[in-house]
Ligand binder design. Structure first.
Ligand code: ATP
Ligand code: FE
Length: 334
C-alpha cells in the first residue's frame, strides 16, 4: 500500500491506495474554504498553519495501515511553497520513522490520475486541465511524456470564476456557486465578447482577464443588482468562458486526431462545461473521460494513484533530494 499526502493549496488530504489493484482503501480531505472565504481568497500563511493542525489529525486515522505500507507519496510541486512544505515534512518524518521510500508527485500529473482512481491508466489521452491555477490542453503520451498544446496567457479558467464571484460578492471559491446561479439565468442577456477571436490563426492560447474586465464593467453599470440580474450575469459569463475554451479546443483538433479526451481539475466539475465537451467528443467520435465529482478538486486519492505508477517505475527520491517547487514549468513537458 501507498500512503499519499496532498497540501499544495488549501485542502489537507491523505489517502491509502493498494498497489496491486489500485483500490482506494482510505481517503479523507479537510477543506479550508470557510477560513479563506473571510479574506476572499487563499492566505498562504494561514493555509500552512491549518495544514499543520489537520494533516496530523487525518494521519492518526491511517495508523492501522502502517505495517503494510511500501512507500510514502507526497505532492512536492507545483503549489504554494509554504503549504507544500507541510506535506513534504510529514512525508519525510514518516519515511524515517517507518523506514519507507519517498515518491515526489507532481500535482498536475496527480490531477490527470484522478481519471484512473481504482482503474488502469489509459494513454495516449488528450487532457484539458481546468483548475484554480492552470488552464492547459495536453497531449499525454504517458506520465513522463506530456506535450503542452495550449495554455492561458493570464488568468486561469477557475480563477476567472473566483474573480467574477468576488466582484459579485459571492463566497470564495465561487466556481460552483456561479454554476448554480447560471442555471436560473438568461445566458444571452449580456453579450460579452469571446476572448482572442481576432488573434492570428497560429496562436493557440487561452485568455480570461479581458472577459473578467467585461464582466466588471457590466456589474458597475447595473443600477439595481436584483437576483435575476445576478443569475443572468453568471449565465452569460459562463456561456462565454466555456465558448472560448471550446473555440480553441476545436481549433486545436481541426487537423489533429483525438480518440480519448479527458477533463480534470476543480473546474471540471462544471456540468455546463462537461456538456460542451460531450458534444465536441461526439463530433470527433472520441470518448470523454471524467473524474468522479469528489476527485475533481484537490485530493490525496489522485496523488496516491499517481504514486502507484511512480512506485512501479521505482521513481524513488532520497530524503535530501525531495524539494518543494512552486512551479513545474521547466521539467513537466517534453
Ligand atoms: P492547481 O491545480 O492549478 O494548482 P488548485 O489546486 O487551486 O489549482 P483545484 O482545486 O483543482 O485548483 O480547482 C479549484 C478551482 O476550481 C477554483 O478556481 C474553483 O472556483 C473552480 N471550480 C470548482 N467547481 C467549479 C465549477 N462547478 N465551475 C467552475 N469552476 C469551478
Ligand atoms: Fe489542483
Amino acid at each position: 500500500m501507498i500512503l499519499s499526502i496532498e497540501s499544495s493549496c488549501d485542502d489537507s488530504s491523505i489517502a491509502i491506495t493498494r498497489i496491486d489493484d489500485k483500490k482506494l482503501l482510505f481517503h479523507k480531505k479537510i477543506s479550508q474554504d470557510a477560513e479563506h472565504a473571510k479574506y476572499g481568497g487563499v492566505v498562504p500563511e494561514l493555509a500552512a498553519r491549518l495544514h499543520a493542525v489537520t494533516l496530523p489529525k487525518i494521519l492518526e486515522e491511517t495508523q492501522v495501515y502502517f505495517s503494510e505500507l511500501k512507500a510514502i507519496a507526497v505532492t512536492n510541486e507545483p503549489g504554494l511553497s509554504v503549504t507544500l512544505v507541510e506535506g513534504v515534512s510529514m512525508a519525510k518524518a514518516l519515511s524515517v520513522a517507518l523506514g519507507l521510500p519517498l515518491l515526489g508527485i507532481n500535482h498536475l500529473k496527480g490531477h490527470i490520475c484522478s481519471l484512473f482512481i481504482e482503474d488502469e491508466t489509459r494513454f495516449p489521452m488528450d487532457v484539458l486541465l481546468v483548475s484554480g491555477g492552470h488552464t492547459q490542453l495536453l497531449h499525454v503520451k504517458s506520465l513522463e511524456h506530456i506535450e503542452l498544446l495550449a495554455s492561458t496567457m493570464d488568468d486561469s479558467f477557475g480563477e476567472s470564476f473566483d474573480k467574477v464571484g468576488k466582484m459579485l460578492g459571492l463566497a470564495y471559491p465561487a466556481g460552483a456557486v456561479i454554476e448554480s446561479y447560471a442555471k436560473r439565468g438568461d445566458a444571452k442577456r449580456f453579450d460579452f465578447t469571446i476572448p482572442l477571436q481576432g488573434t492570428s490563426s497560429s496562436l493557440l492560447a487561452f485568455s480570461y482577464s479581458g472577459l473578467k474586465n467585461q464582466v466588471r464593467l457590466c456589474i458597475e453599470a447595473q443600477e439595481n443588482m436584483d437576483e435575476q440580474t445576478l443569475c443572468d450575469i453568471c449565465a452569460s459569463f459562463q456561456r462565454v468562458a466555456v465558448a472560448h475554451l471550446m473555440q480553441k479546443i476545436k481549433k486545436a483538433y481541426k487537423e489533429r486526431k483525438v480518440e480519448h479526451f479527458g477533463v480534470v481539475g476543480g473546474a471540471s466539475a462544471n456540468l455546463y462545461l462537461r456538456d460542451a465537451l460531450e458534444s465536441f467528443c461526439a463530433s470527433k467520435k472520441a470518448l470523454l473521460h471524467t473524474a468522479k465529482m469528489e476527485f475533481c478538486s484537490d485530493n490525496a486519492a489522485m496523488i496516491g494513484r499517481c504514486g502507484v505508477e511512480a512506485y512501479k517505475k521505482g521513481a524513488f527520491v532520497r530524503l535530501e533530494d525531495l524539494k518543494v517547487r512552486s512551479s513545474s514549468k521547466d521539467m513537466f513537458y517534453t
